[in-house]
Design a protein around this ligand. Structure first.
Ligand SMILES: C[S@@+](CC[C@H](N)C(=O)[O-])C[C@H]1O[C@@H](n2cnc3c(N)ncnc32)[C@H](O)[C@@H]1O
Length: 287
């Protein structure tokens, strides 16, 4: 039997780019390379050095490319999402963590620098991206992750297995949830649902991110409105809050909300990697 002819990965990538572009997938080359690397079992950075693809591998790639062309998220196809130094397990039932949220963690790490054993709470934890990053990058921290959706909780448990993150099952805005920590938390971080109901979102989000993770009432602020006062009770005097929000009108609404109730100082807003306003921060003035 003659050896099977192997297809150069560059040829497979070119064909995948063509299909993904024709279906309007954003960043078609990145997606094509990621899927080809996934099928070959190599990191994307090593794709140029990978051996050719067998017929079986190419057939598998075509199935994945067709699914991606049908707007299944790349991360659902590979089963993982990179976030800072983590590779999180994700799939149906949990929100895929986004790169912009990595900056919220940077801010959080700076906010607890110099505190010996900070207590950190991630409200609306999803896959655990924020909580697990804080635990990994601030090893002296005690970290709680609050989530109330059963499907998201099962992904969270899987990602947090073996970590130091304590999972709390419940409504992040409920005063009874984590009430033992009231007044003792150094940092509250949150990427809650914040998209206005009915707003346009890409098919990947509309059909594959859980609606509860994305939408929050007519102006998108249903959860943030209840979460900010809850954070004020959780935090010790001088403790810090960072909450992600929409890049439109919510920017001024969230900062106004923080300024209006007299409980917060150092209110500021911060841009994401694309320069759009993305998260608000404040320091508790309670005494
Ligand atoms: C936008 S996702 C963010 C997940 C994760 N923090 C991240 O950045 O990838 C919001 C998460 O909040 C959860 N959630 C929504 N409302 C909640 C509530 N009231 N209490 C607890 N979790 C909530 C959703 O199930 C979802 O997992």
């Amino acid at each position: 039997m003659p050896d099977e002819q192997l297809m150069p990965p560059s040829v497979a990538v070119r064909e995948a780019v063509r299909i993904l572009s024709a279906h309007g997938v954003a960043s078609p080359r990145v997606n094509a390379e990621e899927l080809t690397a996934y099928v070959l079992g190599v990191p994307r950075s090593r794709l140029a050095l990978a051996p050719g693809m067998t017929g079986g591998q190419y057939a598998r790639l075509r199935v994945l490319v067709d699914a991606r062309a049908g707007r299944v998220p790349l991360q659902h196809l590979t089963g993982t999402a990179p976030f800072r130094h983590l590779l999180l397990s994700v799939g149906p039932g949990v929100f895929v963590p986004r790169p912009e949220t990595e900056l919220l963690v940077d801010w959080g790490l700076a906010a607890v620098r110099g505190i010996d054993a900070p207590v950190v709470v991630d409200l609306c934890a999803g896959s655990g991206a924020i909580a697990l990053s804080m635990a990994q990058e601030c090893p002296q921290a005690t970290v709680y992750a609050v989530e109330d959706d059963p499907a998201a909780l099962s992904w969270l448990r899987r990602n947090a297995a073996g970590s130091r993150v304590s999972i709390v099952e419940g409504d992040a805005t409920d005063p009874a949830v984590l009430s033992t920590c009231d007044g003792g938390v150094d940092l509250v971080l949150s990427n809650p649902p914040y998209v206005p109901a009915g707003a346009f979102v890409e098919p990947e989000v509309r059909e594959h991110d859980p609606a509860r993770a994305v939408f929050a009432g007519p102006d998108g602020l249903d959860v943030i409105r209840r979460l900010v006062p809850r954070a004020a009770v959780l935090l010790r005097p001088g403790g810090h809050l960072a909450v992600e929000h929409d890049d439109g009108e919510q920017t001024s609404t969230v900062t106004s909300m923080l300024l209006a109730d007299g409980l917060w100082g150092d209110v500021a807003d911060h841009p994401d990697l694309g320069g759009r306003p993305r998260f608000a921060t404040a320091r508790s003035l309670a005494d």
